[in-house]
Ligand binder design. Structure first.
Ligand code: GLU
Length: 551
């Protein structure tokens, strides 16, 4: 039996005309340095922050170089597939505005000339290349059962030998054509392995864009390329897809570093030019002074849904991802506050080889800073969008009081140093609820400070309403009145005065305005009191003070 006959026996009805696909997917017409890269997740559910970072880096590298970023769904392991897995990935990319140029856009649709972009739909393509390899004498069927493979593994382990199907352990590589024919005739199930031309004693160097040159022993394992269900393994699909889709850069998790010798070997065996590789280390987290991987199980922030639920603006998450992606970004951004991520050039050399350290506090600070520079109307719209999904009652209140809420968000905003109070949209209600009667009506805990005697408080409030309140005062006039009020009741009009002669006064103007603030909002810290009073207006102020006095 010739190799060609063997190929026909193993894959009847399958073409081995690889030229058909080589022509069907021609070189891409792009600039010389354009990066073509892909996000290639398996639809196993739950996109992890680490994969989002990888996708973000891929998108950024492609965009910076006028290249292509595409989404390929790697679903050859049908057992691990979860329902709506593809939709979940697409939604997560959309939610974080990581746009794809090509690839799956829904469970059934895709865009781009290099598809199908879902591996389970590419079975025919892989089989064509498998058949071609068998015809060339570069691949063979393996009839070893799981039990036999397991037995070999145990022997290797016991003898402290390398694990795998290589050298004299590669039993089926030595089968004669007749033996193969007989086994096929008997209906014995088989998989296909490629014939590794490597020798473990040879050392090779492979360049990684993040890690630099890495030395490996050459691969000598005859790895599986086609499984018994006719689908390829990850390794083979990677080689075929990244070749046919003209990927220039494979950017992926570092769990694949150890497979590099095998992948490079397979590319060469096929006669394809290998892509460049960049392996991203997992995101780390510091706990009790020790570093560990950010964990799905232990860290809520590892799930990308966390950011959505908290209401952290997408742009802020992206800024944070950029700080994780390139160690020099933060400094650049500090000096270029008016610029955006698009103005920053991603650099593989500035990716941490040991893994970016995840710091939630830093993320919240970035988010707080970002929100503080938004326009009040944008804060309103984003907060409303968040609330519609996560806090219906708050959404209703925002909707019913649109102008009021925008004016409220506008306090101490759009100025050189805006007020930084919200780290995320889920923070907002906690900080401003007292401005809305809907939330204020049941208040019973007041944060009074120095002046906390009910009678004294009532006296201040009454005098303020009777003599000093005016709705037409500007801020200076308003504050002067509070000083007058303070003086009248025996408090120092200036803090300095009080500090110089503390025995002469009951307190100072600041203590009095705290009373006015707390009796109005129940809180001892709020945005600017003058602005708050202006917004609430006379009726509400008097109503709240009168109610307080009566209680
Ligand atoms: N499907 C592989 C994974 O999820 C992709 C690795 C790659 O990007 O090539 O790990």
């Amino acid at each position: 039996m010739t190799n060609k006959e063997l190929a026909d026996l193993l894959l009847p009805g399958v073409s081995s005309d690889i030229e058909y696909y080589e022509k069907k997917y021609p070189e891409r017409n792009l600039d010389k340095n354009a990066i073509v890269t892909r996000f290639a997740p398996s639809p196993t559910g739950f996109v992890h922050m680490g994969s989002l970072l990888t996708a973000f880096i891929e998108r950024k590298a492609a965009k910076d170089s006028n290249g292509i970023f595409y989404l390929r769904i790697e679903d050859t392991d049908q057992k691990r597939k979860v329902e709506n897995g593809i939709e979940g990935i697409i939604d997560d990319l959309k939610n974080f505005e990581i746009e794809i140029d090509e690839g799956a856009i829904s469970e059934t649709e895709e865009v781009g000339q290099y598809g199908p972009y879902v591996q389970s739909k590419r079975k025919e393509i892989y089989q064509t290349y498998v058949k071609y390899l068998i015809e060339q004498g570069l691949a063979y069927p393996c009839f070893c059962s799981h039990e036999e493979i397991e037995q070999t593994r145990q022997i290797q382990e016991k003898r402290k030998q390398r694990i795998g199907y290589y050298g004299r352990f590669a039993k089926c590589r030595r089968l004669t054509m007749d033996e193969i024919a007989q086994k096929v005739k008997n209906g014995e199930p088989y998989i296909i392995r490629f014939k590794s031309p490597g020798s473990f004693d040879n050392k090779i160097k492979i360049h990684d864009l993040i890690r630099g040159d890495i030395e490996f022993p050459e691969n000598d394992i005859d790895d599986v390329i086609m499984k018994s269900d006719g689908l390829p393994t990850y390794h083979f699909a990677h080689v075929i897809d990244d070749h046919l889709m003209h990927t220039t850069h494979v950017i992926r998790g570092d769990e694949w570093v150890s497979s590099l010798p095998k992948h490079i070997q397979m590319f060469k065996l096929m006669g394809f030019e290998p892509p460049k590789y960049a392996h991203i280390s997992p995101i780390m987290k510091e706990e009790d002074g020790k570093k560990r991987k950010l964990s799905k199980r232990k860290d809520p922030e590892a799930a990308v849904s966390f950011y959505h639920e908290k209401g952290i603006p997408v742009e802020a998450v992206k800024l944070y991802l950029m700080t994780l992606a390139n160690t020099n970004f933060e400094q650049w951004y500090d000096c270029n506050k008016d610029k955006t991520i698009d103005d920053f050039k991603f650099d593989f050399k500035k990716v941490s080889a040991s893994g970016g350290l995840f710091d939630v506090t830093k993320l919240y600070n970035i988010s707080k800073n970002y929100i503080s520079y938004l326009k009040a109307e944008d804060v309103y719209n984003m907060a409303l969008t968040w609330a519609c999904e996560y806090d219906k009652q708050f959404a209703q209140v925002l909707e019913n009081n649109k102008e009021f809420a925008i004016n409220l968000f506008n306090i101490e905003r759009e100025q050189k140093k805006p007020r930084k109070d919200y780290s995320c949209f889920s923070d907002i209600k906690n900080q401003i609820w007292y401005m809305f009667d809907e939330f204020y009506k049941d208040v019973d805990n007041y944060e009074f400070q120095l002046i906390n005697d009910k009678e004294e408080i009532n006296k201040i409030l009454k005098l303020y309403m009777d003599k000093y309140y005016s709705n037409s005062d500007d801020k200076d006039a308003w504050f002067n009145k509070i000083k007058e009020l303070s003086g009248e009741l025996g408090y120092a009009k200036e803090v300095k005065e009080y500090k110089n002669n503390p025995d002469m006064y009951k307190g100072h103007v600041g203590d009095v305005s705290t009373v006015l603030r707390v009796a109005l909002t129940s809180k001892s810290t709020t945005p600017d009191l003058y602005e708050i009073m202006k917004l609430l207006g006379k009726d509400k102020i008097f109503d709240r003070y009168n109610k307080f006095m009566k209680n």
